[in-house]
Design a protein around this ligand. Structure first.
Ligand code: ISL
Length: 561
């Protein structure tokens, strides 16, 4: 199996992937049943969003027992079978490590809130006096607790109290838990909001003009000390099941391109990869009534250039050379709406725009992450009512904004249809629905979240039977990337940073030069001068003098200046 720098990640949101037992919720046996599908797709690393015991206030990102499987998802025996099955097919499997906070139903918190002198008190962050910090999920980040007359900190939901990483005993418990999973044979972790672990010990109010700016919580004073300790104590002692470097990905909320190498620089001994939020959909509470305008293509390209520059230039730090680190690149995940609805034109050019976006992603520098369903071009689901939503983020924002001011309801619902996280969480569309067989092949029961009605047209079964489908194109593209060193290790350079509708970049390794050129619009455009080479792969079958709607081409040529 390849090293992580030569791999492709596939993210599974287990609740929505495949339901084997018919309770309407995806599960581990469902995933086991799809391992052949995943191996056939050609991906290398499976990232599972949390599968642990949880009351599901935030769909498993609130963990009540880090070493137990959520019963809705199955048993430990199911997990072990899944792990063996993945490994047998040449897939690595990584778990979500959510250790900025736990659930309030975790045993540690139950103890902690019992009394001020409880041995677990200091596993969480308790204060008599509070500052003005805000929660990601609306309202203050401090919750008053009657029993001991103090507040606890929760940067996410009330049911997600922040763990106190200042406490060495807590850190050792976390490391022990990580060893538990690594000893079972998992190949690494995706680490949830990892830049948040270290808090400013002075707990200052938000600076003037930055009230509610949650990026302030990232990059606290001891973060690198904690991550280096985690590496020394745990990560350094393990490899993937087949002897490669362990796979570690930090969710880099609040980390800028300039700071990234502090987390992933070669000599830092912290993490292998990081993923950033510079192109994610801004979704602070007020955004549901005052959405940010979408990035223009030049803005989007500038973000990719900035990160590529930061991660392909050797950096020198404290007088010693530290090689630049590596990133995980993505367009979609469970925290963003569907990329095709966001940037593409699914109504008019479904195939073309889904494959155009795939071409940009899968010829990027950095390890690409495909979010479940993007490989068939799933889209946002048209929700009409707040009750159609499940996500705590959108429901809390509605309570905070619309409950006191009902006239905002329409604006809120229109925006939520564009930006809410649930659009990425509707069940995977395996088959077309029919009156006698609803459930999209996802479930035989009642799905926990609405299935997008477009499953009749957009589904795996239909695309498997069609070699001109989005799915078939993904497979060809994945195959191309896997056999092409320049696409893994080649440098990245944007050839036309200012072009309003064409994204053209080169990847160069030794004397090999790959060029990706993509029309990021639904109108024809002239092929820009200088973007030439032999066509290796494209989403239109034939040659043409212009780039047609969402046309994508991968070209190869000798590198000459
Ligand atoms: O996307 C976001 C920024 O607006 C937030 O919704 C998100 O909470 C943030 O990116 C952190 O994400 C991670 O931690 C959260 C969990 O809800 C997300 O699903 C997870 O990816 C708390 O564990």
């Amino acid at each position: 199996m390849p090293d992580y720098k030569e791999s492709i990640i596939y993210q599974i949101y287990p609740r929505s992937f495949a339901d084997a037992d018919g309770d309407g919720v995806g599960d581990l046996r469902g995933i086991i049943g799809k391992l052949d599908y995943l191996a056939d797709l050609g991906i290398d690393i499976l990232w599972l969003s949390p599968i642990f015991q949880s009351p599901n206030a935030d769909n498993g990102y609130d963990i009540a027992d880090y070493e137990a499987i959520m019963p809705q998802f199955g048993t430990m025996a199911d997990f072990e079978e899944l792990l063996v099955g993945a490994h047998q097919r040449g897939l690595n499997l990584i778990l979500d490590l959510v250790v900025n906070h736990s659930s309030d139903e975790h045993r540690w918190f139950q103890e902690s809130r019992r009394s001020k002198d409880n041995p677990y008190r200091d596993y969480y962050i308790w204060r008599k006096e509070i500052n003005n910090w805000q929660s990601f999920f609306s309202g203050p980040a401090w919750k008053w607790d009657e029993q001991t007359g103090e507040y606890y900190l929760h940067l996410f939901a009330e049911k997600q109290p922040d763990l106190n990483w200042e406490n060495p005993r807590l850190r050792q418990e976390i490391y022990q838990m990580m060893r538990f999973w690594l000893d079972k044979g998992v190949d690494g972790f995706r680490m949830d909001v990892i830049p948040f672990l270290s808090k400013d010990p002075n707990f200052p109010d938000y600076p003037e003009g930055r009230f509610g700016d949650l990026t302030i919580h990232a990059n606290g004073p001891r973060i690198h000390e904690f991550l280096q300790e985690m590496y020394r104590e745990v990560l350094a002692h393990y490899t993937t099941h087949d002897g490669n470097r362990l796979i570690t990905i930090g969710e880099g909320f609040g980390v800028s391109a300039d700071e990234a190498n502090l987390y992933v620089g070669d000599n830092r001994h912290e993490l292998g990869m990081i993923y950033h939020f510079d192109h994610a959909v801004p979704r602070e509470e007020y955004r549901f009534i005052d959405p940010a305008p979408e990035f223009t293509l030049p803005q989007l390209k500038a973000i990719f250039s900035k990160w590529n520059t930061a991660l392909q230039t050797p950096v020198s730090e404290h007088g010693t050379d530290s090689g630049a680190g590596w990133q995980n690149v993505y367009f979609g995940n469970h925290d963003n709406p569907r990329v095709l609805s966001r940037f593409g034109d699914p109504d008019r050019f479904h195939y073309q725009s889904a494959t155009a976006l795939a071409t940009v992603l899968l010829t990027q520098r950095g390890t690409p992450g495909i979010y479940q369903g993007d490989e068939i071009g799933m889209t946002n689901c048209p929700f009409t009512n707040i009750d159609d939503y499940d996500d705590i983020q959108v429901r809390n924002a509605w309570q905070a904004l619309v409950a006191p001011n009902p006239s905002l309801a329409d604006t809120f619902l229109t925006t939520a249809n564009r930006i809410a996280r649930d659009h990425a969480r509707t069940p995977m569309q395996w088959t077309g629905d029919s009156p006698d067989r609803p459930g999209a092949g996802f479930t035989t029961g009642t799905p926990w979240l609405t299935i997008n009605p477009n499953t009749t047209a957009i589904n795996v079964a239909a695309q498997q039977a069609d070699n001109q489908s989005v799915l078939a194109y993904y497979k060809r593209l994945i195959h191309l990337r896997k056999q092409t060193s320049a696409l893994h290790h080649g440098t990245y350079r944007d050839l036309l940073p200012d072009h309003p509708t064409v994204w053209a970049f080169e990847r160069v390794l030794d004397k090999v030069r790959f060029i990706t050129v993509v029309n990021f619009s639904s109108e024809n455009v002239l092929v820009p001068v200088g973007v030439t080479g032999n066509l290796v792969l494209g989403n239109y079958g034939d040659e043409h003098s212009e780039l047609r709607a969402w046309e994508a081409r991968v070209l190869v040529g000798e590198y000459s200046l």
